[in-house]
Write a protein that binds this ligand. Structure first.
Ligand SMILES: [Fe+2]
Ligand SMILES: [Fe+2]
Length: 304
């Protein structure tokens, strides 16, 4: 790889600043304070789903058919909170990665001012997801112990292409689910409002991460790219396999281990997972962030 020329460096910097300027303007025009924007006291709608029924992990199985309508609704509410919990977990990782990223960079740049703005967005999102779970009266479906430890490591050390690629995994998977859920009239208004706020603000985060990743990849050497692919694959695998906490099945009297096995083998659920990654995977492939031996983790997570 030849060294970037002075004018090449300058145009990269200008492109980065132009994007950040646009994103900062959009943040001023379309940002939400969920504490005020959502009526947290509003009654829940009887019989409304937490997320679209066809995205529930057991949908399409014989086990699903044994559930009453009320149990299906209950499970969908527990599953949407479980997905939000993984989102919240990753948001806390991302806030720390963005803080480290901003630590020794020029705060006068629009690029860093946007990074700080994104941290503020994620902070409000995490509180919003927590409040939604509280409102639905659902337990805290935190990721597994091993996932928490890997997350601890990631938030402390990950930087460069893997930081932005991992961010895209978490953001684009939840974004797909929420874009669909916010338009579905069978879904609780609370989920739909939370989804709408998140989708609006995440569109900017996705733009920021995609553009930065595309700028960083050409500068990375072969070793850095290979390490980046592995780190991204590990994050993708952890995110996808923790989306549905096995304890959600207890809410409808099912054995967590057995029901999880049914869900993992459910072709409809596998298709849903691949569908959540339908925009993400081609982009990361194009950037060289999926491929080689680490792709096995993407396959095991049913994302490719
Ligand atoms: Fe978020
Ligand atoms: Fe985000």
């Amino acid at each position: 790889m030849s060294a970037p020329t002075q004018s090449g460096k300058k145009s990269t910097r200008e492109a980065r600043e132009a994007t950040a300027r646009r994103l900062l303007r959009s943040s001023l025009e379309h940002s939400y304070e969920p504490n005020l924007e959502i009526d947290w006291e509003a009654p829940l709608v009887d019989g409304a789903y937490g997320m679209p029924a066809h995205r529930v992990s057991l949908y399409g199985t014989e086990l699903w058919d044994t559930l009453t309508e009320e149990q299906k609704v209950t499970l969908s509410i527990h599953e949407v909170c479980s997905v939000a919990r993984v989102g919240l977990w990753f948001e806390i990782i991302l806030m720390q990665m963005l803080l480290r990223y901003s630590y020794d960079r020029d705060p006068r740049s629009q690029h860093i001012q946007y990074a700080l703005t994104e941290i503020a967005d994620e902070c409000r999102h995490s509180i919003m997801f927590a409040k939604m779970t509280e409102r639905y009266g659902v337990p805290d479906y935190e990721p597994t112990w091993m996932t928490q430890q890997l997350g601890r490591l990631c938030k402390t050390v990950v930087s460069g292409p893997a930081m932005f690629a991992g961010t895209l995994v978490a953001e684009e998977i939840t974004d797909q689910l929420q874009r669909e859920g916010m338009r579905d009239e069978t879904v609780q208004p609370l989920t739909r409002m939370v989804s709408k706020i998140h989708v609006t603000e995440e569109a900017r985060h996705v733009r920021y991460a995609r553009e930065e990743l595309a700028r960083l990849v050409p500068k990375a050497n072969r070793l850095q790219r290979a390490v980046g692919r592995w780190l991204t694959a590990v994050m993708a695998h952890r995110i996808a396999t923790n989306l549905i906490h096995p304890d959600v099945y207890r809410s409808v009297g099912l054995d967590p281990k057995q029901a999880r096995a049914v869900a993992r083998a459910n072709p409809h659920h596998r298709d849903s997972l691949r569908w959540t990654a339908r925009k993400l995977v081609p982009f990361l492939r194009e950037q060289g962030m999926i491929g080689g031996p680490s792709e096995v983790l993407w396959r095991r997570a049913f994302l490719v």
